[in-house]
Design a protein around this ligand. Sequence first.
Ligand code: CP
Length: 306
Amino acid sequence: MLKGLSLIEPEDITIEDMENLFLLAEKIEKDEKYLRDSCWGKLMATLFFEPSTRTRLSFEAAMLRLGGNCLGFADPLSSSASKGESLADTIRMAASYADIIVMRNPKEGAALLASRYSSVPVINAGDGGHHHPTQTLTDLLTIKRLSGRINNLTVGFCGDLKFGRTVHSLAKALARYKNINMIFISPDELILPEYIKNNLKKQNVQFSERRNFDEAIPELDVLYMTRVQRERFFNEEDYIRLKDTYVLNMERIKTGKDSLIVLHPLPRVNEISVDVDADPRAAYFKQAKYGMYVRMALLSSILGVN
Ligand code: CP
């Protein structure tokens, strides 16, 4: 069903297709020979106009593990975009060299635009403060693996909910599951955009907005921490004032349920203190690893080789 698909927003994939990807990712994780070499002869272009560690490396690791190859750039200054080439022309070129394009771009809507100029599937690896659908696949797979379900959960999102694209994508995706209660914890200046809240209202999803982190923690099954997105602020003063509003430390995590799952798309700055890493509820490094398996499942499905 996913063959030839461009993945721009989480809603481009049905829940059934997501569940199939999770099953496939689990098979790949359990048997490292499964689908090995299935992408032999296929090329993936990674066009990263913004910095990345996990998304780019996990996509490249995924393609190499499937037996395919990768080309691309990690810095737009090394591409002809720095000479003024348009995104449309860059995409036309990449599509004539590769079988699939994975792109991150600072502009909201860039991935959708790219998909309109591309003759091969485009995967959105983050478009500004808009969406990051493969991070959502990673997040949902982690929740499913660690809690055994994606239904009947209270999920807290904490930090920069205005610019945090991973929050926008995950909230949209979770809205399609049953009995999800979302608690959005942020400073006034970094609340969730209206268009996401309006979507949740239309879908009758239960949600609340809070300022008090300490009061929310004991209610949560999943806590999704996020970094304040310095690169999207208009002035440094505001960033400095807001960046450490919420910090998950040992004292706070002690008030959480024993079954709490703490996620973070990473990179982390100060919002989770490093001593929390040793707590069994801290799942963010596992989450990053699951990202590679789910991207293997996604690439092999879009390329139609599984
Ligand atoms: N989670 C995530 O998108 O990480 P990177 O910015 O390192 O790719």
